[in-house]
Design a binder for this molecule. Sequence first.
Ligand SMILES: Nc1ncnc2c1ncn2[C@@H]1O[C@H](COP(=O)(O)OP(=O)(O)OP(=O)(O)O)[C@@H](O)[C@H]1O
Length: 292
Amino acid sequence: MAYSIEVSNLTVYYKKFKALEDVTFSLSPGKVHGILGRNGAGKTTLLMYLASFHKVKHGTIVIDGEDPFENERILQGTSFIYDKDNTYDYDKIDKIIKSMLYFRPNFDEAYAGELVKKFKIPMDKSADQLSKGQYSALQVALGLASRTPLTIFDEAYLGMDAPARDLFYKEILLEQERHPRTILFSTHLVSEMEYLFDEVLIIDNGKALLQETSEQLLEQGFSITGPKEDVDSFTETLEVIHEKTLGGTKSIMVYGHLTVQKQQEAAGLGLEIGTLSLNNLFIHLTKEGDET
Ligand SMILES: Nc1ncnc2c1ncn2[C@@H]1O[C@H](COP(=O)(O)OP(=O)(O)OP(=O)(O)O)[C@@H](O)[C@H]1O
């Protein structure tokens, strides 16, 4: 089971500071959504509202057809995994796993045990005795094993080392095949996670900048490589994101669609056309207003 999400005109203030402004989007159920944005963009604020930590004052949030605030059914089906959560501090790991069965109807105890082993989390310790990375891994394991129709990971990987993160990403893909649910991932570390995202929502300065499938987003740019002079003349009128020269060869990243005419021109010049990464596009799309 997987929840859909509809957000309309959501505005959030912290006193007078506007953290989110007129944010509108809808997320399709059963997909992995990357919620991308730079530091302070408003990702955590948005996710906290989706997880119903606070009541919406301006705008609306509808999850699986209902207002999620103080809504027992929706809340039981929503997991919010974030690095500052210290709910489980003084309990032993096995007790924590058992306790999940009471409030997560789909919780798979055996799978949780399997993940704890895979992440090498010491079972005989209490949560407050775990290292930062082990604690993050525990939360990730509980989140995965909860099999909630809406599972939100807010930079949940913090502290986890590269092999642990790799394991986490692999489990996400496996779980999506076995028990598809709506998964939200907030991150500004796009490069290592981009292959996970079916769809991407970019939050920039409190506003929803764009929301597209990863495929659609990747079609918005391309790279072009070849002899320096040819590449320069080819890209003269295009929006260049980044360029790199090595000897006589130049590689340029371009933001924009490649027209059929330009494709033919590139072929005529023998230039190599490639794709951009989501990370390149993310950096380009969110750099506006930078002083650097
Ligand atoms: N309790 C608060 N009081 C005042 N301002 C806040 C509060 N919490 C967050 N903010 C501000 O709201 C904005 C959005 O913060 P938020 O934590 O949602 O960003 P984020 O995208 O999750 O950032 P990061 O990637 O750094 O975690 C920031 O400018 C932040 O300073």
